[in-house]
Structures are given as C-alpha cells and as structure tokens.
Design a protein around this ligand. Structure first.
Ligand SMILES: NC(=O)c1ccc[n+]([C@@H]2O[C@H](COP(=O)([O-])OP(=O)(O)OC[C@H]3O[C@@H](n4cnc5c(N)ncnc54)[C@H](OP(=O)(O)O)[C@@H]3O)[C@@H](O)[C@H]2O)c1
Length: 445
C-alpha cells in the first residue's frame, strides 16, 4: 500500500468538525476505495481551547493556517474557514505554491479568485477541489464537469441558497411576510444575524459564477452576475403566483445566448409542475439543460455539517486516488485555465423572457387601458391581466371614482427587460402608479 495521505484541516467549525468525524468514521471504506490510508495530521482554528466535540489529541495544532498550509507534515490542505480574502486566501495560495493539493468549501474564494488559484494549481501540478462550495451535499460539480462532459450545456439554473428557499416556502405556505419568516429562519439557525449576503442574492451569485465557468468553459466572472434578492417579495406576489400556476423561487440562472452568457440571480416564477418548483424548505436543486441528456435536475441538502462534509470527503478521496495516479487528476474547471474563454457579459436589459408585473394603481376608470397602451407601445404582449378590487371598494365605489390604490397584475409574453423598464417608466410618468411596481421574471421549461 502507498503512503498515508496526510490532511491538514484549517477551520473546525460546522463543516470542519464534521469532516474530522467523517474521515475517522469512514476510514476503512475510504482506504478500500482509494487504496490509501487517509488521516488528519494537523489542524488550525482561531481558538485552541474551544471544545469541538472531536478528539484532537493526536493531531498537531497550528495557530496560523498559513503555516499549516506550508507544513511538511501534510499532503492536502483542507480549507474550511470561509471568506474570499484574508486567512483563507493567504493559506490556499500558500498551500498551492508549496505543492499541496487543496480541498475547499469556500464559494466566495472560488468566485473571486478561482481562475488565479486554478492557474497556480496547474503550475504546481496539484489539485484544487471544491465540490462542497456549490449546493453543499449535492455532487453538482462532478456531475457537470465529469458526468456531462459529452454535452453542450445551454442553461444551468438552481435554488442555491437554503435560507432564501426556506423563507419563500414559509411565506407561500403560511401567507407570512418576508420579515416574519426571516426572524424564524434566524431563530432556527438557517440565517445569519446579518442575513444580507443570503437574502440579497450574493451567496447564490458566487455559486452561480462557479457553475457558469464549469458548464460553459469560461473564466469565472462573479462581477458579471446581475443580482436581486428576495426582500421585496410580498405575500400578495406568492398568492398571485399560485393563482397563475407558478411558485416563486430565488434562482441563479446562467444561460447561453447569441451575445454571450447571461448570469442572473433574482426571484423567479417557475411553473408549479416543474421539478424545481417542488423543492421546498432549505433544500437545494440544480437543473442543467444540455443537448444529449435534455433536462437533468439534482436535488438535495445544500448545507449542514454532515452534508457539506460529504462533498469535502469525496474530494479528499479523489485526491487520494489521483495523487497516486496523476493521470486521474481533473483540471479545476474541467479544462486547463488557458482553455477557458474570456467571459462575454450580457446586460440584463437585453434579457428576454416572460414577466410578472404587479402594479399598484389608482383605482380609476381607464387605468387598465392606459397601462395596456403603454405596454403595446413598448412592443410587449400581455398574456393575462388581473385587476383586484376589494368587495368593500366595489360596493362603496362601484364606478371606481375614489382613486384608492389597488393591485393590477400583468403576465407578459416574452419581452426584453429594456422594453419592460421603458413601459414601466411611461406608466409612472402618466401618474397611474400609487407605489413602485413589482417585477418578477418568469423562467419557463
Ligand atoms: N455550514 C455549511 O452548511 C456550509 C455549506 C457549504 C459550504 N460551507 C462553507 O464552508 C466553510 C466553513 O463554513 P462553516 O459553516 O463550517 O464555518 P464556521 O462554523 O464559522 O467555522 C469556521 C472555522 O474557521 C476557523 N477560522 C476562521 N478564521 C480563522 C483564521 N483566521 N485562522 C484560523 N481559523 C479560522 C474558525 O475558528 P474558531 O472555531 O476557533 O472560531 C472556525 O473553526 C465556508 O467557506 C462556508 O462558506 C459551509
């Protein structure tokens, strides 16, 4: 048998502690699968005295993760600290430069520095593995990079943030506000004290940028993702979606167009019958549209110590195999960095698709006709229009003379974002709106 593969793990929090337990628990099976003994030989975290529920007696402790990354006592540096800069970036760079394989769960690091890190891994002849960085326990990186190598991908999209999906699922099921559901998510530990990163879509954007690179063979371009979160979604939008045959999900979508790759994160109406619409709570899902397989959807746990450790340990097992048979090593993003195309951004204004538009209009005769005119002028065809007046308003003001604010919901056929924005500006200039409009894109099968 070849030598033991020695792991250095930096970060002993939710994921790190689970990885330690899993490597110990699955030791025999991992050896059987890889032909090597895999053992943790050193660790690093901030607080040496914290009880982490794992036995650290036989492993070396490093206060400095960069020193651990460079240590001659390890073969693989497992980065589970998090953050795109600082300790995680310094330590991963140091590990690659020192010729260590790197396994990480850090989407922020990959999204911002993926190409440079992959280049360094190539230069030093080592693996940079990151299965856990997207959709936690779902093996989506492997599925796209390895399982779909013979396919041309046209679109990849997914529910990549469990916190947002939990909030939207509860808003839908219980008619609650975003704020109430966020509070519950925080109480249950699904959302951070500062939830901005999750609920405003940035976490999804990082994961999407990684998927885009893999699926389309382009360099990661996290800054090129158009990002919109879920904080403006109201219970009425979920009710209307339900009536119109849709569910609202925060999706990350990467789509090939004639101009380049659209990358967008936004609340999205998906047909209720679609696979992705069935995904509720903290669960994640990724759908890939590809020429040979058609539509493929992977659904599973996107977070949590054990599920995420599952992906990290799978990467460690791959490294154990490929480091003794280097021909098995995979380029980080499915092809050498020099073979990745430069990203061609597509402005959101050029996006073409269906739209749900909820206007809050003054309840006056002729308002719906005024809205329809402005839509037609911007070349937008309306698939359906729903005007809501309460029973009270209908009886107290049967002719609609009061001008009370009422919702007017439109579903459009395919239109460009630019034209939709133009029409909404004209409607606003006409003085028809009592509130800012709500606009949700529709993603059809
Ligand atoms: N949690 C999940 O479900 C999940 C899912 C997918 C991906 N991830 C990713 O996995 C990574 C780890 O997440 P986590 O939830 O396990 O985080 P966590 O519970 O906050 O743990 C972070 C660990 O990193 C250590 N650390 C932080 N800064 C350090 C530094 N400068 N030097 C040494 N150690 C440092 C901390 O030390 P102390 O314990 O001493 O403070 C802690 O042990 C992140 O990149 C995250 O995005 C997490």
């Amino acid at each position: 048998m070849t030598q033991t593969l020695r792991l250095g793990i930096a970060g002993l929090g939710t994921v790190g502690a689970s990885v330690l337990r899993m490597v110990a628990r699955r030791a025999q099976a991992l050896t059987a699968a890889t032909g090597r003994t895999i053992a943790v030989s050193a660790v690093s975290a901030r607080d040496r005295n914290r009880n982490r529920g794992v036995d650290l007696a036989s492993v070396q402790w490093f206060d400095d993760p960069v020193a651990l990354a460079r240590s001659g006592e390890i073969d693989v540096f497992v980065e589970l600290m998090g953050g795109s800069e600082g300790a995680a970036k310094d330590a991963v760079e140091a590990a690659l430069a020192a010729g260590k394989h790197v396994v990480t769960a850090n989407k922020a690091l990959l999204a911002h520095h993926g190409a440079a890190l992959a280049r360094s891994a190539e230069e030093h002849g080592v693996t940079l593995a990151y299965e856990a960085s997207v959709a936690g326990g779902i093996p989506v990186i492997k599925a796209i990079r390895e399982g779909l190598a013979g396919n041309e991908v046209s679109r990849v999209y997914g529910i990549l943030n469990g916190t947002c999906n939990y909030i939207l699922s509860r808003m839908e099921a219980e008619g609650l506000t975003f704020e109430a559901c966020l509070k519950d998510a925080q109480a249950l530990g699904y959302a951070e004290a500062d939830p901005t990163f999750d609920v405003e879509g940035f976490d999804t954007a990082h994961k999407l940028a990684i998927l885009t690179s893999l699926a389309f063979g382009v360099e990661i371009d996290a800054e090129g993702v158009s990002v919109e979160g879920i904080s403006a979604i109201q219970p009425l939008d979920l009710t209307m979606a339900d009536e119109l045959g849709y569910r609202i999900k925060l999706l990350g979508v990467a789509q090939a167009t004639a101009e380049g790759i659209e990358q967008r994160v936004h609340p999205t109406m998906v047909p209720k019958a679609s696979a992705i619409a069935q995904v509720m709570g903290v669960t994640n899902a990724v759908t890939v549209d590809a020429d040979a397989v058609g539509e493929l959807t992977l659904i599973g746990p996107g977070a949590g110590g054990e599920a995420t450790a599952s992906a990290v340990v799978a990467d460690i097992a791959d490294v154990a195999l490929s480091s003794s048979a280097p021909g098995l090593a995979r380029p980080t993003f499915g092809r050498p960095v020099s073979g990745l195309a430069a990203p061609r951004r597509v402005e959101m204004q050029r996006h073409e698709g269906g739209y749900y538009i909820r206007l809050t209009v003054h309840d006056r005769t002729g308002v719906a006709a005024g809205v329809a005119t402005r839509m037609a002028e911007a070349n937008i065809s309306i698939e359906s229009i729903v005007q809501r007046r309460s029973a009270k308003a209908a009886s107290s003001d049967p002719q609609g003379l009061s001008g009370q604010p009422v919702p007017l919901v439109l579903i459009t056929y395919a239109a460009t974002e630019g034209n939709v924005r133009k029409a909404l500006s004209a409607i606003d200039r006409d003085g028809l709106l009592a509130e800012a409009p709500q606009l949700i894109r529709i993603e059809r099968d």
